[in-house]
Design a protein around this ligand. Structure first.
Ligand code: CP
Ligand code: NVA
Length: 303
């Protein structure tokens, strides 16, 4: 049966640990120049309704490195934006492709697409969540700290898709996550998701960063929300990751950002380019982790 990856909780803790292990192997194989083509002859479709640098390029290169090919499909070039239904598009594309990555606005659209597709569907970001990002973030933390247990991560800023995915990911992995956002911008945690585990949602950024091993932020205005008021940006000022917040966290705290960054808004340039920042290693790891996801979901089942 096909397996989709629409949200980080589509995988169990054990499955996530296995994917992290595979990502490390794939990263090492790339360093050692070892050819590994489990997806030879396979095609990945990539339907994007929003801009992308990291997700698009790391999936395209990743698919190529695994021996397959990726087709970038901008939605304004597809019949999908001329009235062909999501259901019909999913059925037709399933006849040609071996997997699909979708980046769009409404999360329900990806769920609907996956329901009607007979091939694996991977969420490349929706307004609700960004699971491939969180998996790569977990890998990066494990790589840098040597563990993902017994750590504290502080997320600061807008309670958006990345914050929400982090809440899901942290609750699955048992990570202590403190999310600090202004009251009106806190992520919603649906009751159906059950217990928050060691996740707490706060207003005070200093309380969130206290004892933190990792500080994390994302843009204050996400794609598709550009009309949101200047008022929001004003309210978010105290959540900027700057030297003051870095100094209030643990010594050697790691600073992460999923990128793209708006320098000197959610993160000061000084911190982004400083010794605690691992943002570019984090961006690189998107490639290795997404190769592990593609390998797991698109490879033929072992006999
Ligand atoms: N972090 C991330 O998903 O970046 P892109 O929007 O460039 O894909
Ligand atoms: N929250 C951001 C993430 C970009 C990778 C957005 O949705 O625009």
């Amino acid at each position: 049966m096909k397996k989709d990856f629409l949200s980080i909780n589509d995988f169990s803790r054990e499955e996530i640990l296995k994917l992290l292990q595979k990502s490390a192997e794939l990263k090492q194989m790339r360093i050692d120049n070892i050819t590994y083509h489990p997806l030879k002859g396979k095609s990945l479709g990539m339907i994007f309704s929003k801009h992308s640098t990291r997700t698009r390029i790391s999936f395209e290169v990743g698919m190529f490195e695994l021996g397959g090919q990726a087709l970038f499909l901008a939605t304004d070039q597809l019949q999908l934006t001329r009235g062909e239904t999501v259901e019909d598009s999913a059925k037709v594309l399933s006849r040609y492709l071996d997997g699909i990555v979708i980046r769009t606005y409404d999360h329900e659209e990806v769920i609907n697409f996956a329901r009607h597709a007979s091939i694996p569907v991977i969420n490349g970001l929706t307004d609700l969540n960004h699971p491939v990002q969180i998996l790569a973030d977990l890998f990066t933390i494990q790589e840098k700290l040597g563990k993902i247990e017994d750590i504290k991560v502080a997320y600061l800023g807008d309670g958006n898709n990345v914050a929400y995915s982090w809440m899901l990911g942290a609750s699955i992995m048992g990570i202590h996550l403190a999310v600090a956002c202004p009251k009106d911008h806190q992520p919603k945690w649906p009751e159906s998701m059950g217990s928050l585990g060691k996740v707490e949602v706060l207003e005070d950024p200093l309380e969130a960063v206290h004892n933190a091993d990792v500080l994390y932020t994302d843009v204050w205005v996400s794609m598709g929300q550009e009309s949101q008021s200047e008022e929001k940006i004003k309210r978010l000022q105290p959540y900027q990751i700057n030297q003051k917040l870095v100094a209030a966290a643990n010594d050697g705290v790691l600073v992460m950002h999923c990128l793209p960054a708006h320098r000197d808004m959610e993160i000061s340039s000084e911190v982004m380019d400083g010794k605690n920042s691992i943002v570019f290693d984090q961006a690189e790891n998107r490639l290795h982790v997404q190769k592990a996801i593609l390998d797991a979901l698109l490879s033929p089942p072992k006999q």
